[in-house]
Design a protein around this ligand. Structure first.
Ligand code: HEM
Length: 138
């Protein structure tokens, strides 16, 4: 489902919180990802410091592009192409979704309302669809 203006505002506000607490957020996220999918740990470098930073900065740019679907699509396709050759498979996007939503619930607590959950689900659907399309046809 496309994101509504209300979805965009909610997702941005919650991301601002995650970004303020980015060290804790990215630690929770990668720890959880590797718990859900231990086999993907080997795809990443031993030291995740740079990766944690790149993920948050990419998401910050994506947040600024949510009102421009064509621009967002370009960004995501480019990121998807960068993932080809890294050993990333389509099924890993489900693992990543699990880690992301667990992190959102854990970090945001009661502020992670059902409508915020749906708004993030719309965004993750767009992100994974575009990235997977680029992975299939890089
Ligand atoms: C919405 C989904 C995803 C986003 C937003 C995302 C974001 C990113 C970003 C921003 C980078 C850094 C690219 C650069 O070097 O500039 C990256 C690298 C990487 N991503 Fe993703 N990614 C996603 C999905 C996945 C999935 C499903 C996997 C599979 C487990 C994955 C595995 C990796 C790996 C292995 C690297 C390279 C890490 C390294 O150099 O140590 N990503 N990702």
């Amino acid at each position: 489902m496309p994101m509504t203006d209300e979805d965009i505002a909610m997702v941005r506000e919650s991301f601002a919180h995650l970004h303020r607490h980015r060290d804790a957020t990215t630690k929770l996220f990668y720890d959880r990802l590797f718990e859900i999918a231990p086999d993907v740990r080997r795809l990443f470098k031993d030291d995740l410091t740079a990766q944690r930073h790149k993920l948050m900065e990419f998401l910050a740019v994506a947040m600024a592009t949510l009102r421009d679907p064509a621009g967002l699509s370009l960004l995501l396709r480019k990121l998807g192409r960068m993932h080809s050759g890294l050993g990333v498979e389509e099924r890993h996007f489900d693992d990543l979704r699990g880690a992301l939503f667990w992190t959102l619930k854990t970090s945001l607590g009661t502020a992670f309302t059902p409508s915020l959950d749906r708004a993030w689900a719309s965004l993750y659907e767009i992100m994974s669809r575009e990235m997977i399309a680029a992975l299939r046809a890089p």
